[in-house]
Ligand binder design. Structure first.
Ligand code: HMG
Length: 389
């Protein structure tokens, strides 16, 4: 029996910053951001969105009556949680009207949280094939104004249903995992922005990639030539390209061309929204599935997940016959195209305002942007959420 990703949904806020505008404001050559970093735009989150609402907005469009009956595990992967105790999964369960009998909790390990959730969900579904899991990766990547990391910010969520006989991607039984106690990126409890040793984090990411991909091939006695495409956690798209390039000398010229072409498909969406932390790898997978011209059912795709601190994992997915979903693709392309462009002053103002903590009674006027789920403020230190449609 195959187990894997049945459906994927994506949400990103309806506002963005154009990185040419940011480059001009920061006295940088725009080519550094567009080519050197590989990002064109960055999502900007309004006060009326947070990790919970983005997760709900990503999941809601993909859930049908069968999902609502069969989902008995809800895993909220995030490093942008809204409470130190209560998990985002409980808010999500309630907002989406999912069964009260479901097990719901939050997982944190930097950008790796959604992958941990998927692997747990996979084992769960193997043991309970008549049930499904909902796994979300939802985050706001923040480094601070006028920092080197600023160009790699972003926000959004990816939601996935994990089921038996999935229509999109069957997951390999095994994966290779590597972790070590490393201070490449972290966010102490008193901070709204991450601290990062940027160049060191790039080095560790690439080391973990090579370790896990080679360990996987050795352990599963497979060859790199079995893989038609590779997808990466993409904190910014150039880093995935750099990691991919380290493997190119190990394969034929034809395979290099194929991998590079699939990589372009896999970064179309990420270039426009920036880092989603937990959701980034799965947004890249979504981009590949929607934008590929070369893949068909049966193709094998390598997935490299990385979470600072640090945990890496490499595993493989087999593309299933139902992987193309033209409605999903149109919905995502329209959502990205219809976003409102903020100027740098507006972005800086919004950046400074976000997030709203639970320190007092606060009312937030939801931005008039059509988001289904919004955060409307805090009453008696309790966060308030609303469904608007
Ligand atoms: P920087 O020092 O400003 O940039 O920071 P740089 O000088 O290294 O330049 C970047 C690239 O642009 C270089 O290319 C330059 O050559 C090129 P590369 O050598 O890398 O191929 N460049 C140009 N290209 C074209 N035209 C030009 C030009 N000028 C320069 N005119 C850095 C870059 C990524 C370090 C910074 O943005 C940062 O600290 N970002 C945040 C950290 C990060 O994203 N790390 C990634 C690995 S860790 C990870 O993935 C986990 C994470 O997602 C968190 C989690 O797990 O929760 C972050």
């Amino acid at each position: 029996m195959n187990v894997g990703i049945d459906k994927l949904g994506f949400y990103t806020p309806a506002y963005y910053l154009d990185l040419v505008d940011l480059a001009r404001a920061r006295n940088e050559d725009p080519q550094k951001y567009l080519v050197g970093i590989g990002q064109a735009q960055q999502a900007v989150i309004p006060q009326s969105q947070d990790a919970v609402t983005m997760a709900a907005n990503a999941a809601s469009p993909i859930l049908d009556a069968t999902n609502r009956q069969q989902i008995s595990l809800i895993i909220f992967g995030s490093e942008s949680g809204v409470d130190n105790s209560k998990s985002g999964a409980i808010y999500l369960q309630n907002l989406l009207g999912l069964p009260r009998s479901a097990r719901a909790f939050e997982i944190k390990q930097a950008c790796y949280g959604a992958t941990a959730g998927i692997q747990m969900a996979k084992e769960f579904v193997k043991n309970h094939p008549d049930q499904q899991a909902l796994v979300v990766g939802t985050d706001v990547a923040r480094y601070g104004l006028q920092t080197a990391g600023e160009v790699t910010q972003g926000s959004g969520a990816v939601a996935m249903t994990i089921s038996a006989n999935p229509r999109t991607l069957a997951l390999s039984t095994n994966s290779s995992v590597y972790s070590d106690d490393i201070m490449d990126f972290w966010r102490p409890l008193n901070r709204k922005e991450a601290l990062v040793d940027g160049h060191y984090s790039n080095d560790i990411y690439q080391q973990f990639f090579l370790k896990t991909v080679h360990a996987y091939c050795e352990q599963e006695q497979c060859s790199l030539t079995d893989l038609q495409a590779l997808t990466f956690h993409l904190p910014y798209t150039k880093l995935g390209l750099k990691a991919l390039r380290t493997l190119l000398p190990e394969v034929s010229a034809a395979q290099q061309t194929q991998w590079l072409s699939e990589f372009e498909a896999s970064r179309v969406y990420n270039r426009q929204v920036g880092n989603l932390y937990t959701g980034s790898l799965y947004l890249s997978l979504l981009s590949l599935l929607d934008q590929t011209t070369g893949l068909s059912a049966g193709a094998k795709v390598g997935l490299f997940s990385y979470g600072s601190g640090a945990q890496g994992e490499f595993f493989v997915g087999t593309v299933q016959p139902g992987f193309r979903d033209t409605q999903r693709r149109s919905r995502i392309e329209a959502a990205l195209a219809q976003r409102t462009r903020l100027d740098v002053d507006q972005y800086e103002e919004w950046f400074t305002q976000w997030p709203t903590f639970n320190t007092a009674n606060v009312t937030i006027d939801p931005a008039p942007d059509g988001a289904e789920f919004v955060f409307t403020g805090v009453v008696d230190n309790k966060r308030q959420y609303q469904r608007r449609l």
